[in-house]
Design a protein around this ligand. Structure first.
Ligand code: R5P
Length: 282
């Protein structure tokens, strides 16, 4: 087995290789003078290879496609896309739009494909090969538990993040809840936790991704105004676009916890054990 890390997932690929007691395969990434991407795998790919590459940018996707092509002589090609870009456009919202997640999935050809907490599990059906979604809630939960927070409560900022919050909390025996919007009149809404009082408690808001930070910034302010003690954020995918980090600290977050599906300064939790175990299972 060879572990090949793309330009967006070099640290994660190295960690996966270490989990499996093998050396990561060296690759060269460069650009031609006209801007096109050049990729070279520095060892002959044989037997089974696992390519690990998140596709947050268009160049990342292109690099992944080139690496897959370079592995044409391998007998089995596994592709791990820890963070898959374009996944949020998983249906047509307006006529004339593409299903971008489907377009990306159709371009990726491999024997097996692995994603991590993909935006919607139904996207897996768009791949032409067997595709599996790995769940990082356990590793995130363990990290939250290791922080020894004061009377901690895990909170989903909306219904969409409920099952992630529930899985994260259940694994480590922490209570969980979600924020709920109640319309009081035509132009007045209140947002608060559905069941639990947050007063005096450390709260961890959990979502699959933080992109602009808008959802979380509003939730932090709200929880602080309702008497929460420290408010932490935890997410699988730290997209953290534009000024999201400043925005979140400005809103009063204590710390941001994220995994290394995207390699950012906030990626303190690794999904490498999860990926290594899944690849070994085949
Ligand atoms: C939405 O479906 C996702 O689960 C996140 O809640 C969303 O992408 C966060 O976006 P932002 O950080 O821009 O509010």
């Amino acid at each position: 087995m060879k572990i090949i890390g793309g330009p967006a997932s070099q640290a994660l690929a190295t960690r996966v290789a270490r989990e499996m007691n093998i050396e990561p395969t060296l690759c060269e990434f460069n650009r031609f003078p006209d801007g096109e991407i050049y990729t070279r795998i520095m060892e002959e790919p044989m037997d089974e290879v696992t390519i690990i590459q998140s596709t947050a940018t268009d160049s990342d996707l292109m690099a992944l496609l080139l690496m897959i092509d370079a592995c044409e002589d391998a007998q089995v090609v596994n592709v791990v896309i820890p963070y898959m870009g374009y996944a949020r456009q998983d249906r047509k919202f307006k006529s004339g739009e593409p299903i971008s997640a489907r377009a990306v999935a159709r371009s990726v050809s491999a024997d097996r494909i692995f994603t991590v907490n993909i935006h919607k599990p139904s996207i897996l059906d768009y791949f032409s090969s067997d595709a599996f979604d790995l769940d990082a809630s356990d590793v995130i939960g363990k990290h939250i538990s290791s922080l020894h927070l004061k009377d901690p409560l895990i909170v989903a900022p909306d219904i969409g993040a409920m099952s992630l919050a529930e899985n994260t909390a259940n694994g480590v025996g922490i209570q969980y809840d979600h924020l709920e919007k109640t319309r009081l009149s035509g132009d007045t809404v209140t947002i608060k936790t559905k069941n639990m009082d947050v007063c005096g408690r450390d709260v961890v808001l959990v979502d699959d991704m933080i992109a602009t930070g808008g959802t979380m910034a509003e939730s932090i302010k709200l929880l602080r105004s309702q008497g929460a003690s420290d408010v932490y954020l935890a997410c699988v995918h730290p997209v953290l676009a534009k000024n999201a980090v400043l925005r979140l600290f400005n809103a009063g977050v204590r710390d941001i916890i994220a995994t290394d599906t995207l390699e950012k300064a906030q990626s303190s939790v690794s999904v490498a054990p999860l990926i290594a175990a899944s690849i070994k299972n085949f």
